[in-house]
Design a protein around this ligand. Structure first.
Ligand SMILES: *Cc1c(COP(=O)(O)O)cnc(C)c1O
Length: 359
């Protein structure tokens, strides 16, 4: 078996232990004689998986009784529309904080549905950054305030979340469960699973239950948060295999401890940023140091030709997926929860070698 170091931004690598367990159970799940993929979503085998996945998330996020976990489909991108469809009533305004590519997509969708106010716009800032709390121009009585906790393409991350009177909503697709935080302060959190939680096809939503009552009566059932809340995410057939993998991943995080995982994530990122900062300007970080992401480390080389060569040679050394997003170029090393520390060490030594040859 030869596994590469997968620096891809998503779908991202999963913990090897999780893949091995899924493999071992693939044909015969716990003696049931069938795969969990083939089991009824109303049967007792799947039901135990579903309940454990929810319980693990509630425990890792330390959710209070006012919050509930939902498993939806359509990715985080579906939430860009579903959120305003449910929570942005006629005549209301939603505040959005524009921090880059993903916030921009959320804003575009919300504008199709209702009135949007940009509480801050740092999307063009170079180096890329996150606004300071004092920069936010919030609307009194806003339906909600939306932020993107980690800008996967721009390489920035919120280190401290603002306190808002209106419900705070966050797209946490690329840094959910990478660190402890107070989830109960949020009205709604959504996260596509394929970066830190499991495979694509599944989207986690954490909702403060009272907000589900706001949906307009004409909204179709599948698009209403209340439907999924009332039916415990079993209104229709949920993405059962994805939820099974998420359950194994959350088990893995619980065994390690979220605080330990956070320390490990910080160490991995710090090593890469140190390599960038210590390169005498050969490698240049694209995010402001006080907002650097621990999940997506973005940097440039002196020329695009060198960047291309860097990606190509790294690939020959089993380091895959280092090309920056096509909209911004450069290099991006995505080092989510499951990414091994050994892969970071390999990249750091490759960076030194590449610079000594080409610098
Ligand atoms: C990847 C990503 C998305 C898109 O997720 P899909 O599941 O592909 O819709 C949205 N927001 C952020 C921050 C992301 O990193």
């Amino acid at each position: 078996m030869s596994r590469v170091f997968n620096f891809g931004a998503g779908p991202a690598g999963l913990p090897v232990e999780v893949l091995e367990e899924a493999r071992d159970q693939l044909l015969d799940f716990q003696g049931s004689g069938m795969s969990i993929m083939e089991s009824s979503h109303r049967g007792k085998e799947y039901d135990a998986v579903h309940q454990e996945a929810i319980a693990n998330l509630k425990s890792l996020l330390q959710l209070d009784a006012d919050h509930e976990v939902l498993f939806l489909q359509g990715g985080a991108s579906m939430q860009f529309g579903m959120l305003p469809l449910n929570l942005l009533g006629v005549g209301q305004t939603a505040d959005y904080i524009h921090t880059g590519s993903w916030a921009g997509k959320a804003i575009k969708e919300a504008k199709l549905i209702g009135k949007v106010h940009l509480a801050a716009d740092v999307s063009k800032a170079r180096p890329a950054r996150i606004p300071k709390v004092g920069e936010l121009a919030l609307t009194p009585g806003a339906a909600y305030v939306h932020l993107t906790s980690n800008e996967t393409i721009d390489g920035t991350e919120w280190w401290e979340f603002p306190r808002t009177e209106s419900p705070l909503v966050a797209d946490m697709s690329s840094d959910i469960l990478s660190r402890p935080f107070d989830a109960n302060r949020f009205g709604l959190i959504y996260a596509g699973a394929q970066k830190n939680l499991g495979p694509s096809g599944l989207c986690l939503v954490v909702i403060r239950k009272d907000l589900a009552a706001r949906s307009p009566a004409t909204l179709s059932s599948m698009l209403r948060y209340a439907t999924h809340l009332e039916e415990n995410s079993l209104y229709n057939t949920p993405p059962t295999f994805g939820i099974y993998i998420l359950m194994l991943v959350t088990r893995w995080i619980k065994a390690m401890g979220l605080e330990n995982l956070h320390l490990r994530n910080r160490e991995k990122a710090a090593k890469l940023y140190a390599a960038i900062d210590g390169s005498g300007g050969f490698y240049r970080g694209t995010a402001a140091p006080e907002c650097r992401s621990n999940m997506n480390v973005t940097f440039r080389l002196p020329s695009e030709a060198l960047e291309e060569q860097f990606v190509k040679e790294a690939s020959k050394h089993s380091m895959k997926g280092l090309k920056g997003h096509r909209s911004v170029g450069g290099i991006r090393a995505s080092i989510y929860n499951a990414f091994p520390a050994a892969g970071v060490d390999a990249l750091v030594s490759f960076m030194r070698e590449f610079q000594s040859k080409n610098g």
